[in-house]
Design a protein around this ligand. Structure first.
Ligand SMILES: NC(=O)c1ccc[n+]([C@@H]2O[C@H](COP(=O)([O-])OP(=O)(O)OC[C@H]3O[C@@H](n4cnc5c(N)ncnc54)[C@H](O)[C@@H]3O)[C@@H](O)[C@H]2O)c1
Ligand SMILES: CCCCCCC=O
Length: 514
C-alpha cells in the first residue's frame, strides 16, 4: 500500500474516533499551533531565507503575524462559530426547533504553494482544525526548506495522526489525489487546479481552489500619483512579485505614463536602495525554471526601469516595462515576478473594456480620487476582490472572504469563512409528535381550503428570536411590577400603564409579513 494511502487511512481512522470534534480538543490543537509559531520562529525564518531570500522581519510581517491573528480569532470565536445557528421560520414550523448545526466534513487535503508557504498552507489548516476535521497537509516541494521544517515541526505540536504532513512533489501529490477526501483545499496555479478538480470529481469531493491570474491596476489621471505609485511599488515588488494578488500590470493614460515611471523609480530606490541585489529586503525568484520563464517575458517590451538579471542568484531587478500591448509576451500569462508592464489606454471606459475582455482577476486595483469612478469600477467589473487606492491589504482582514471568481478560483477563506468552508452546515428541524392537526393542510386530499391555510402557514415568516426577546421582556417587566407592588404599592398603577403601552407597541407584532 503506498505510504500516502496509509497516511490518509490513519487520518480517517483518527477522525472516526471522534476526538477532533470536542471543542476543547480543537482549542488545544490551535494553541499548539500558536506555540509552534512563537517557539520556532528562527527555524521558520531560516528556511524561508534559504527558499526565497526573505528577511526574518518580512517573514514575520507577511506570514506569521497573519497566522497568529487567525489562530487568536479562531480560539476566541470557536464556541460561537460552532454553536447552532437559529434561522427564520414559517408559521408551519413555529413550534419546532429549527437551526443550522455546523459539523466537521471529515478528512481534508490541504495542498499548499511555495510563495508564502506558511500563510497559504497553515491558514486553511487553522480553519480545518477549528471546524473539527482531520487534515492531510501537503506543502509545496518548491519551497523545499520550508516543506522540511513543516514536516519536522508540525508533528511536535499537533496530533500527528489527525494532522499528518506529506512531503514530495507531483508523484506524491498525485498519489494523494487518488485517495478519497471530504474536501480538497488547493492553492497554486490554475493548470494544476484543473488536475485537482478532476481528481476530486472522481470521489465527488468538494474543492476550494485558490488560484491566481493577472490582477490589473488602473491608475486614473485624477489621483495623487506619488502616493499611488508608492503603494503600487510595494504591492508589486514585495516577495519579488511572487504574490498571488500582486498588481500584474498598470493601465493608465499616456499623459501620465512618464510621471508614473518616475515615481516608481523613486520608490524602488527608497525601498530597495540603488542596488536592490544587495538589499536584504529584496527577495529572489524561487527556482531557475521560474527565473528563465520570467526573463523570457521581457522579450519585445522596452525596459524603462531595471531589467538586470543574475541567473546564478535567480535575481531579477525590480523592472518596469513600457511599449507593451495586449499581444506582448508579458501579457499572455500571470507574471508572478518583478516585472511591471504599463499599458496605455484612453481612459476609464477603455480600462473597463480591457479588464472585462479577460478572465476575472483575483484582485482588481483602482487608484483614483473620484468616488464615483471607484463605484463605477465596482459596478462594471468583476473580480475576487477590488481595492481602491491600495494593494494587498484586503488579505490581512479576516472578515473579508479571500478567494477568486471564475478562473481565479472558487470558494473563499480567512477567519470564519475558513471555518464555514470546511464545515458542513447541517440543517436541523426538531418537531414534537403533538399538534398533528396543524399538519392536515399538507396531507391529501388537497382541497382549496387547505391550500389557503397552507399559503398562510408557509408564507408568513416568523422571527422566533424576536418572540423570545419579547417573552423575556414581559417576564422582566412582570417581575419588576411584582417587586414594586410589594415594596412601593403607590407606583404600581404607573408600571401597569407602561406595561400596557409596551403590549401595544411593535414589539408584539410577531409575524413579519414579506
Ligand atoms: N489565491 C491564492 O491564495 C494563491 C496564493 C498563492 C499562490 N497562488 C497562485 O499559485 C501559483 C503559484 O504557485 P505554483 O502553482 O507555482 O505552486 P506549486 O508549484 O508549489 O504547486 C502547488 C502545489 O501543487 C502541487 N502540484 C504541482 N504540480 C502538480 C501536478 N501535476 N499534479 C498534482 N499536484 C501538483 C505541488 O506539489 C504543490 O503542492 C500562482 O498562479 C499564484 O497566483 C494563489
Ligand atoms: C500581504 C501578504 C499577501 C499574501 C498573499 C498570499 C498569496 O500569494
Amino acid at each position: 500500500m503506498p505510504v500516502e494511502q496509509q497516511v490518509v487511512a490513519r487520518a480517517r481512522k483518527a477522525f472516526l474516533t471522534g476526538r477532533s470534534k470536542a471543542l476543547s480538543y480543537r482549542l488545544s490543537q490551535l494553541k499548539g499551533l500558536r506555540r509552534l509559531i512563537t517557539e520556532k520562529q528562527r527555524d521558520i525564518a531560516d528556511a524561508l531565507r534559504k527558499d526565497l531570500h526573505k528577511s526574518e522581519n518580512a517573514t514575520q510581517l507577511y506570514e506569521m503575524i497573519g497566522l497568529e491573528g487567525e489562530i487568536d480569532l479562531a480560539v476566541s470565536h470557536l464556541s460561537e462559530w460552532a454553536a447552532p445557528r437559529p434561522v427564520e421560520q414559517s408559521l408551519l414550523t413555529v413550534a419546532d426547533e429549527v437551526y443550522i448545526q455546523p459539523e466537521p466534513l471529515g478528512v481534508v487535503l490541504i495542498i499548499g504553494a511555495w510563495n508564502y508557504p506558511w500563510a497559504v498552507t497553515v491558514q486553511p489548516l487553522i480553519g480545518a482544525i477549528a471546524a473539527g476535521n482531520a487534515a492531510v497537509i501537503k506543502p509545496s516541494e518548491v519551497s523545499s526548506h520550508t516543506s522540511k521544517v513543516m514536516e519536522e515541526l508540525l508533528p511536535l505540536y499537533l496530533d500527528k495522526e489527525l494532522f499528518p504532513v506529506v512531503t514530495g512533489g507531483v508523484v506524491q501529490t498525485q498519489e494523494l489525489l487518488k485517495q478519497r477526501f471530504d474536501h480538497i483545499f488547493y492553492t497554486g496555479n490554475s493548470t494544476v487546479g484543473k488536475v485537482v478538480m478532476e481528481a476530486a470529481a472522481r470521489h465527488l469531493t468538494p474543492v476550494t481552489l485558490e488560484l491566481g491570474g493577472k490582477s490589473p491596476c488602473y491608475i486614473d489621471k485624477d489621483c495623487d500619483l506619488s502616493v499611488a505609485c508608492r503603494r503600487i511599488t510595494w504591492g508589486k515588488y514585495v516577495n519579488c512579485g511572487q504574490t498571488c494578488i500582486a498588481p500584474d500590470y498598470i493601465l493608465c493614460e499616456p499623459s501620465i505614463q512618464d510621471k508614473v515611471v518616475k515615481e516608481i523609480r523613486k520608490c524602488i530606490k527608497e525601498f530597495y536602495t540603488d542596488d536592490p541585489k544587495t538589499c536584504p529586503d529584496y527577495s529572489r525568484i524561487v527556482s531557475l525554471r521560474h527565473f528563465r520563464r520570467i526573463v523570457a517575458l521581457m522579450e519585445g517590451s522596452s525596459v524603462a526601469i531595471g531589467g538586470e538579471t543574475d541567473e546564478a542568484q535567480c535575481y531579477i531587478a525590480p523592472t518596469v516595462l513600457t511599449e507593451v500591448t495586449s499581444e506582448s509576451k508579458v501579457m499572455q500569462e500571470e507574471i508572478f515576478g518583478p516585472l511591471l508592464p504599463i499599458i496605455p489606454i484612453s481612459g476609464t471606459d477603455e480600462a473597463i473594456e480591457f479588464i472585462n475582455k479577460r478572465e476575472k482577476p483575483l484582485a482588481l486595483y483602482v487608484f483614483s480620487s473620484s468616488d464615483k469612478m471607484i463605484k463605477r469600477m465596482i459596478a462594471d467589473t468583476s473580480s475576487g476582490a477590488l481595492l481602491a487606492n491600495d494593494c494587498l491589504v484586503h488579505y490581512t482582514l479576516s472578515d473579508l472572504p479571500f478567494g477568486g471568481v471564475g478562473s481565479s478560483g472558487m470558494g473563499h477563506y480567512h477567519g470564519r469563512y475558513t471555518f464555514d468552508q470546511l464545515s458542513h452546515l447541517r440543517s436541523c428541524l426538531i418537531k414534537k409528535l403533538r399538534m398533528e392537526r396543524v399538519n392536515q393542510v399538507r396531507y391529501p386530499p388537497h382541497t382549496a381550503q387547505k391550500l389557503r391555510w397552507a399559503r398562510l402557514f408557509l408564507l408568513k415568516r416568523v422571527d422566533v428570536g424576536q418572540w423570545r426577546r419579547a417573552a423575556q421582556a414581559v417576564a422582566l417587566v412582570t417581575l419588576a411590577a411584582y417587586v414594586v407592588q410589594v415594596r412601593r404599592p403607590e407606583r404600581f398603577t404607573s408600571i401597569l400603564y407602561w406595561l400596557g403601552s409596551l403590549v401595544n407597541s411593535d414589539l408584539w407584532s410577531p409575524c413579519d409579513l414579506r
